[in-house]
Design a binder for this molecule. Structure first.
Ligand SMILES: *Cc1c(COP(=O)(O)O)cnc(C)c1O
Length: 463
C-alpha cells in the first residue's frame, strides 16, 4: 500500500457517535419489492434498502453541534431567535441582504418565480432542474438551456461543464430582447449535468454582460460549497483561497439565490430565498405568508432554522468539503478502474452512470436508466435513481417527450453517512450488474402522473 501523507488524504474530519442499523435482504425479497414499487426506486420502502443513494437531499448526518442547536429551538410564531441567527449567518457567509426561510428549495423557487416572472418571459439557465423549471413554467416563463455543449456529452472532460455559453445567451437577447429576460438562473454545481461546476471566470463574464442589459442573475445555490471546491482545485488563482472566500465571491456576482439547504447545508429539511433588492424582498416576504408561513419561519420550526444556521457554517469548512468530494471521487475512480461508463469529470455529489453506453441495446423509449436503477437495486439493495428521459418529462405545449442527450443513473452520496467500505460494495455491485448487462431488458410506463413524473411513475418489465 502506498503511504499517503495527511496532506493528500480525503479522510473524514469527524468520527461516528451514533449508528443506524440496516436490514439485510435477499435477492428474492428485492425482486419482489422492486416489482411492487412499479420499477420506480422512489416507490421502494426505505427499510428494504441497504445503501441509499437515491439522493443527497435531506439525507446528511447532522453534527453533534447541530443536534445541540435543535434543543435551542425558539418556537415562537413570529420573530424566533433562530431566524435572526439564520439571517446573520446567510448575510455573513453568502453576503445577501435579505433572507426568507422556506420549507425547502422549491418553496423558494415558487416565490421567486412569482415575483420575477411575467407571462411569456424567457428564463435562460445552465441546464434545467426539475422543480426549478416547473415553477418557472407555472409562473408563465419559458425555460431556455444556455449551458455549453460539452455539458451534454457525458464523456467530455471539460473542467467546468456548468459554464454558460455566452453566445447562446446573446442569441436569446437578440431574438427576444433583454426586457423579456428578467433573470438568468445559474446553478452551482449543475445537478442534471452530473454535478458539474461553473467557473468563476464564466460568472464574472456573465455579470459584466447582464449588468449592462439590466438582467438579474439568480443563483440556484444548492451545492455552492461543492462548486467552490472545484474552483479551488481547478481554476488558476484560487488554490490558496479558502472555500469560504470563494463561496462569498460567487454570490457577489449575483442578485439573489434560492437554496435547498437539504443538500450542502447539512440539514434534513429547510431552504431559503435570499435577495438584495428591497422591492423584490418586500413582495417575496408578502407572498411567503400565502405559501409557507410568516417571513420569519417560512414553514420551518425554530429548531430547523437553528440546525440550518450551524450547518451552513460547517458546510464551508475546507476540511469538510475536501472529505465530502474526496469520497465521491474515490468511488468514481473505482468505477472507472472497473470500466464502468460514467460521466466525467467526476462530479461533486455523486457518480452518474451513462446508461446509453452501459445498455447500448436499449433505446430511450425503453427507459434504459430506469431499468438499470431497478437492476442495481436487485443486485445488492443499492437504491439509485434515473436522470434521463423519465426525469426530463414532456414539453408543456406539445405534450411530446423530451429526449435528453444524457441518459443517466445517479448514485448520489449522502454527506457524512457512508464509509469507504460501503463505497467498495457499491463499486463491486455495479460491476456485477455490468458483467450481466446484455440480459437487462427495457421497461414500459404503465402510469404517468401529470407533474414531475419520475417521482411516481410506474413501470412493467418488457417480456
Ligand atoms: C434539490 C434541488 C432543488 C429543489 O430543492 P428541494 O429542497 O428538493 O425542494 C433545486 N435545485 C437543485 C439543483 C436541487 O438539487
Amino acid at each position: 500500500m502506498k503511504v499517503k501523507t495527511n496532506k493528500h488524504s480525503w479522510a473524514e474530519p469527524y468520527k461516528i457517535k451514533m449508528v443506524e442499523l440496516l436490514k439485510m435482504t435477499t435477492p428474492a425479497q428485492r425482486k419482489k419489492a422492486i416489482a411492487t414499487a412499479g420499477y420506480n426506486t422512489f416507490l421502494l420502502k426505505s427499510e428494504d434498502v441497504y445503501i441509499d443513494l437515491l439522493t443527497d437531499s435531506g439525507t446528511s448526518a447532522m453534527s453533534d453541534r447541530q443536534w445541540a442547536g435543535m434543543m435551542l429551538g425558539d418556537e415562537a410564531y413570529a420573530g424566533s431567535a433562530n431566524f435572526y441567527h439564520l439571517e446573520k449567518v446567510v448575510q455573513e457567509v453568502y453576503g445577501y441582504k435579505y433572507v426568507i426561510p422556506t420549507h425547502q428549495g422549491r418553496g423558494a423557487e415558487n416565490i421567486l418565480s412569482q415575483v420575477l416572472i411575467k407571462k411569456g418571459d424567457i428564463i435562460p439557465g445552465n441546464m434545467y432542474f426539475t422543480t426549478t423549471r416547473l415553477h418557472q413554467e407555472l409562473a408563465g416563463g419559458i425555460f431556455h438551456d444556455i449551458i455549453i455543449d460539452e455539458a451534454h456529452d457525458a464523456a467530455n472532460l471539460h473542467p467546468f461543464k456548468g459554464d454558460v455559453d455566452v453566445n447562446k445567451l446573446e442569441g436569446l437577447v437578440k431574438e427576444y430582447g433583454a426586457d423579456k429576460i428578467p433573470y438568468i438562473c445559474i446553478a452551482v454545481t449543475v445537478n442534471m449535468a452530473g454535478g458539474q461546476p461553473i467557473s468563476m471566470g464564466n460568472l464574472k463574464t456573465l455579470r459584466a454582460y447582464t449588468q449592462k442589459l439590466g438582467i438579474k442573475i439568480i443563483l440556484d445555490m444548492t451545492r455552492i460549497a461543492e462548486n467552490a471546491y472545484f474552483i479551488k482545485v481547478r481554476e488558476p488563482g484560487y488554490t490558496q483561497r479558502s472555500i469560504r472566500s470563494i463561496v462569498k465571491e460567487i454570490c457577489s456576482y449575483t442578485d439573489g439565490a434560492t437554496m435547498s439547504a437539504k443538500k450542502d447545508a447539512l440539514v434534513n429539511i429547510g431552504g431559503f430565498l435570499a435577495l438584495n433588492d428591497a422591492d423584490d424582498y418586500e413582495e417575496a416576504s408578502n407572498l411567503v405568508v400565502v405559501y409557507e408561513g410568516l417571513h420569519t419561519y417560512g414553514g420551518l420550526a425554530g429548531r430547523d432554522m437553528e440546525a440550518m444556521a450551524i450547518g451552513i457554517k460547517e458546510s464551508i469548512s475546507d476540511e469538510h468539503i475536501k472529505a465530502r468530494i474526496g469520497q465521491v471521487i474515490y468511488l468514481g475512480e473505482q468505477m472507472r478502474h472497473l470500466g464502468i461508463p460514467i460521466t466525467e469529470p467526476i462530479g461533486g455529489h455523486g457518480i452518474f452512470i451513462d446508461a446509453k453506453r452501459f445498455l447500448p441495446h436499449l433505446n430511450q423509449d425503453l427507459f434504459p436508466a430506469q431499468a438499470l436503477a431497478a437492476e442495481l437495486y436487485i443486485d445488492a439493495g443499492i437504491r439509485t435513481m434515473e436522470r434521463g428521459v423519465v426525469s426530463a418529462g414532456r414539453n408543456a405545449k406539445t405534450g411530446k417527450n423530451y429526449y435528453p442527450k444524457l441518459e443517466l443513473v445517479r448514485l448520489t452520496i449522502p454527506r457524512r453517512v457512508y464509509t469507504q467500505a460501503h463505497m467498495d460494495v457499491i463499486a463491486e455491485s455495479v460491476f456485477n450488474v455490468y458483467c450481466n448487462r446484455k440480459k437487462i431488458k427495457g421497461l414500459t410506463m404503465v402510469y404517468e402522473p401529470k407533474y414531475l413524473r419520475f417521482f411516481q411513475a410506474r413501470f412493467e418489465k418488457i417480456k
